[in-house]
Design a protein around this ligand. Structure first.
Ligand code: ADP
Ligand code: MG
Length: 314
């Protein structure tokens, strides 16, 4: 009885659709150049029986991107069974199996994500993080820009955690690339695994104002205070209140001075204009002393550089 069933099954398997599909699969597998190479290289261990037994795995192998993502248009459209991983053949006991390793595109992408994680940016467009110092001066190399690029490079290549090193106060017209240069410095620091934080001052102050009275205000200020490398973008573009000056910006700068934490600024104002901006009258009073105190801290923390050039915003 058993014998009969086996014979019948064999007959079935050897005839018609199943046999056709099986042969087709085998042809496909044995015409894959990577498999041919592998079988040649391992001819002493891999038997025909092992190949037959592993046909499904081998077929999977033929359908995947195996070298440099050749079958996938992008990482997002990865065609492999395990997205971002490519198979290689291994011998597993008495059969062949696939081992999946990270593909080159995912490796590059992971690296980029790791780098971006090192740059915290509050309200600053992330595309600025592809900026480079080289691009900053190569597109326009006036004296002021070369000077800025040189100082930026010195900082980005020489700074180490704990080292006392002055930041830069980049000032100049709207659109000349002040924020771009900050992004470039942050990016090059990140390549050296040094974290930094870029904060767009007007939005930061607005958000803090909204947090008065809830318990997040202090932790938000603390986070900025203690950033390893802080970049305050567009100081002076906010409508500065005495609260913003004396309770937020002043204490942040004071802390960073005492702790030797590097701090960068960008502004449309030079020092004299910023001082004037910080000396606003409240109930008719000019608060020159308080403004002067903040200015002293800024000048202690950063060297001023005037950036010229054309407005790149249009
Ligand atoms: P600012 O902060 O001085 O107002 P931005 O840094 O925002 O100016 O630069 C204005 C625009 O020009 C942005 O879109 C920025 O990405 C672009 N940009 C600035 N400098 C460069 C550069 N060297 N190469 C390419 N794009 C640049
Ligand atoms: Mg800017």
């Amino acid at each position: 009885m058993m014998e009969k069933i086996n014979t019948a099954l064999n007959k079935l398997a050897n005839t018609g659709q199943f046999k056709k599909r099986y042969d087709h699969l085998k042809d496909e597998v044995l015409s894959d150049p990577d498999i041919v190479l592998y079988l040649n290289e391992n001819s002493s261990t891999v038997t025909n029986e092992m190949v037959e037994k592993s046909l499904v795995k081998l077929y999977e192998f033929t359908t995947q991107s195996k070298h440099n993502c050749e079958k996938c248009p992008t990482l997002g459209e990865c065609k492999n069974v395990l997205k971002g991983y490519q198979p290689r053949l291994i011998i597993q006991g008495n059969s062949l199996d696939l081992q999946y390793d990270m593909c080159p595109r995912k490796a590059v992408d992971d690296d980029k994500k790791k780098r971006e994680k090192l740059i915290q940016s509050l309200y600053v467009p992330r595309d600025i993080l592809s900026a480079s110092i080289r691009d900053f001066y190569q597109t326009d190399s006036s004296a002021g820009r070369m000077d800025a690029a040189e100082k930026a490079t010195i900082f980005a290549t020489e700074y180490e955690a704990g080292k006392k090193q002055k930041g830069l106060y980049l000032h100049g017209q709207f659109g000349v690339g002040k924020t771009y240069l900050l992004g470039a410095i942050a990016n090059e620091l990140a390549e050296r695994k040094i974290p930094s934080m870029i904060v767009y001052v007007p939005d930061f102050l607005r958000e803090l104002k909204g947090s008065i009275g809830d318990n997040t205000l202090n932790s938000k200020i603390e986070m900025v205070k203690k950033a390893s490398v802080l970049m305050l973008d567009d100081l002076g573009a906010e409508s500065m209140t005495s609260w913003g000056r004396d309770e937020v910006i002043g204490p942040i700068l004071q802390f960073r001075m005492l702790e030797n934490l590097p701090t960068f600024f960008t502004s449309n104002f030079n020092f004299a204009e910023l001082k004037n901006h910080l000396t606003f009258s409240q109930r008719g009073e000019k608060e020159e002393v308080k403004a002067a105190r903040v200015m002293e801290r800024i000048m202690y923390l950063a060297d001023p550089i005037h950036l010229d050039g054309k407005n790149r915003r249009h």
